[in-house]
Design a protein around this ligand. Structure first.
Ligand code: G6P
Length: 743
């Protein structure tokens, strides 16, 4: 109400000021115009009369003057003639009674021999006067023309009245328009927003009402949605905690991780290092777009950082990354509710080429994955790798310079040298490195020309994590054979000099909510969006990588349709494939190879209304992937070798209704935990074809019980547990180790 009154007040004030200014200007103009009219008329008449009166005033007789005056005087125009002493000689009868004995402007006209004009009140009436001296050099008197000026005042009054009416009409119209606009654009939408905000308390994912101007209410709606989601999450977490306590269970939740981390880390920030950043910014035309990379590591670590806070140091790889960070390369994430800092490290093209594409992905990646791809070891790549590790070490040391006994969590094979580099500078740091890919047997690893440097670098850590015990054993055996160190097989640790490194499995996982507020929609809407019709739907979600077994999968699908032709036109397999590391020739060739293989099977088997494989080659966000997981009858994860594979766990985590079948490669870390998947050897095409049949012919009851058990595993072994156990172990390192190190 106050706002409306203020708005109306302002409207009226504006209308009054505008109309007043306008009327002032136009009244002035009207006055000037009418005065000019008097003057023009007076001048014309005065010139004529002057000629007639001058001889008469000089020589007389006075009766002649009187005659002239009477002849030209009218009711609205008086004429008076004065002698040279400004004494009245003759005046028309209408004005004579109103004239005072002397008039100053008459004397002035005579003494200055110039025309005097203006307004004067004569006998209580406004009068325009025009006084002309009579006689050229020595004036003999003066002629005064007097006009009734009341029409000017009448005109001014009429104008003022008209403007007042205008003001009323304009003010009222503006007020009405304003009231309608306020009601439609503000009061009404605000009311709906308030109603929505009220409902958000119970249903946090309710979409905002479609209220008018998005530029006005959009930011408010976004803020409110975020707030509601946070509240709902907090409430959910509290309820979950209470429920777990009630049942005496101890599932790891975001809240529990927060508590554990703050207890173990004594509220010190956590420092995480990875090559891949949680979000990169890229130019799309003239717009900057945030992009979550297709990376298992990011999927796993992002929720941990949200829970723990701290600093995440990573390579700034997006072409708009500099524009979206501050001068130090940092930004707070997530943007709508910042919980941690991302510190971007800038690498030159050459550094990226040698360290990332070269040594990490053409050397270590095929070295650790047993898929019979030959590693390439170039000395210049190794030099870049070492240099970039040093660069990251500097940045991490700078970030943690003010923190006592900082806790550092290093990720993956990109940073094998980093633990040692940090340890050398900060003996008080607690350092863990988690190796997200497999560790092969000592013979396989032994071909790496820089094996000792890599092992010594890693052993700078206090804790080395792998996904499985098998990889831990491979690592310890590699150390045993390659360098001087004492392996303690009882505690799974390595002693070198004063320093002990523990080696333990921590199977990584996903957060329970793969996508917060998942998209609405149905299987039908997904199929119609894709323009396909299918009774059975299979899905695969991968980066295009030779370890993922994609060509083998395409062959298995072909074999399935050859063996079971009755499923043609009934089953469609959708492959979401994110191009990855395409600058490496092997990856580039693979992209082409898979494209050709899909094209071939589609060409051979397709009918008028059906194609066996839908190949969607693009980067897909989690939100975009969600409906595929949710509505597929089965998901194929048939990697030839994989440290863990989070796609398998993502698929299971989405299937809330406990349906769907997972076909999973025996050679993934995930297969150790998800024993209820249909396990396959991805090199065995017949076995995989058979697995597809088993998946779609499995009874609903069996599907349900298998999925329920797998969901229980993923629920319990979630990402919060992974981070919680890892950080707890790191924090619990025997104190004497730290003491010895400092001596
Ligand atoms: C593997 C690695 C991850 C990496 C992912 C994506 O899963 O273990 O560390 O995030 O591949 O690879 P990229 O090279 O695109 O980061």
């Amino acid at each position: 109400m106050k706002f409306t009154l203020r708005l109306l007040g302002a409207t009226w004030l504006t209308a009054i000021v505008v109309v007043a200014a306008f009327s002032f200007v136009s009244i002035q103009a009207e006055r000037a115009r009418m005065t000019e009219d008097f003057e023009r008329r007076a001048w014309l008449l005065g010139e004529g009369l002057k000629e007639a009166l001058e001889p008469a005033i000089e020589k007389g007789p006075a009766s002649r003057i009187e005659r002239i005056v009477k002849r030209f005087g009218t009711s609205t125009r008086g004429i008076a003639v004065y002698d040279r002493f400004a004494g009245l000689l003759v005046a028309t009868p209408e004005v004579a009674p109103r004239l005072p004995p002397s008039l100053p402007f008459v004397s002035e006209a005579i003494t200055t021999t110039s025309v005097k004009k203006g307004f004067e009140s004569l006998g209580g009436r406004d009068t325009y006067y025009f006084a002309i001296p009579l006689g050229e050099d020595r004036p003999q008197g003066a002629l005064v023309l007097l006009y009734d000026a009341t029409p000017i005042e009448q005109r001014v009054f009429t104008l003022l009245r008209n403007y007042a009416i205008w003001l009323l009409v304009l003010g009222t119209a503006l007020s009405l328009v304003m009231l309608v606009v306020v009601r439609l654009s503000i009061t009404h939408p605000l009311g709906r927003m308030a109603e929505w905000a009220k409902q958000l308390r119970s249903e946090a994912t309710l979409p905002p009402p479609g209220v008018g101007d998005p530029s006005l209410f959009g930011p408010l709606a976004t803020e409110l949605s975020g707030l509601a989601r946070s509240l709902a999450r907090a409430r959910e977490a509290a309820e979950q905690e209470a429920m777990l306590r009630l049942h005496g269970q101890s599932v790891w939740t975001e809240e529990r991780l927060k508590q554990v981390v703050s207890l173990r880390l004594n509220d010190r920030p956590l420092f995480v290092v990875s090559n891949r950043e949680p979000v990169s910014h890229v130019w799309r035309g003239r717009e900057i777009e945030p992009r979550t990379p297709a990376s298992g590591l990011v999927t796993a670590l992002e929720p941990v950082m949200r829970a723990c806070g701290g600093v995440w140091v990573a390579h700034g790889s997006g072409d708009a990354d500099r524009e979206t960070a501050d001068a130090r390369g940092t930004l707070r994430l997530p943007p709508d509710h910042p919980r941690y800092t991302l510190k971007r490290i800038w690498l030159s093209k050459d550094e990226e080429e040698g360290y990332y594409y070269g040594f990490a992905n053409e050397g270590l990646w095929p070295l650790c994955h047993i898929v019979h791809a030959r590693p390439i070891f170039r000395p210049e790549d190794w030099a870049d790798y070492a240099e970039v590790n040093r660069k990251f070490a500097e940045a991490v040391l700078e970030e943690m310079s003010g923190t006592e006994s900082p806790v550092v969590l290093i990720q993956d094979y990109h940073f094998a040298l980093l633990p040692r580099l940090i340890r050398d500078q900060r003996s008080d740091a607690r350092i863990a490195i988690f190796w997200h890919i497999p560790w092969p047997n000592p013979e396989a690893f032994g071909i790496c020309p820089w094996q000792p440097e890599i092992l010594q670098g890693m052993l700078g850590a206090d804790l080395i994590g792998f996904h499985t015990q098998f990889h831990c054993n491979n690592f310890l055996e590699t150390v045993d054979r390659a360098i001087e160190a004492r392996i303690d097989w009882e505690h799974f640790s390595v002693d070198r000099g004063q320093h002990t490194t523990y080696v333990k499995p921590f199977p990584i996982s996903v957060a329970p909510e793969f996508v917060e507020d998942p998209p609405k929609g149905s299987r039908e809407s997904l199929l119609s969006d894709l323009g396909i019709d299918a009774e059975f739907l299979g899905v695969g979600v991968e980066r295009i990588d030779y370890t993922k077994g994609l060509p083998e999968r395409v062959r298995a699908i072909r074999r399935f349709f050859e063996r079971y032709p009755e499923y043609r036109e009934r089953l469609v397999f959708i492959q979401l494939a994110a191009p990855s590391r395409s600058r490496i020739p092997r990856y580039h060739e693979l992209e082409e190879e898979i494209g050709r293989a899909v094209e071939e099977i589609n060409r051979e088997l397709q009918t008028k209304r059906w194609r066996p494989i839908l190949f969607l080659k693009a980067h897909h966000s989690h939100r975009e992937i969600w409906p595929f997981y949710r509505w597929a009858d089965f998901c194929m994860v048939t990697a030839l070798h994989d440290g863990m594979n989070l796609v398998a766990k993502e698929f299971v985590s989405v299937r809330e209704e406990e349906d769907g079948v997972l076909i999973l490669s025996r050679f993934t870390g995930a297969s150790r935990e998800l024993r209820d998947a249909v396990l396959v050897n991805p090199y065995d095409i017949d076995e995989m074809a058979e697995a597809i049949r088993v998946a779609i012919e499995m009874t609903p009851a069996e599907r349900k019980s298998r999925m329920a058990r797998m969901r229980q595993v993923v629920k319990e072994h979630n990402i919060y547990r992974w981070a919680g156990l890892l950080l707890t172990d790191l924090a619990r390192l025997p104190v004497e180790d730290l003491g010895a190190r400092e001596r």
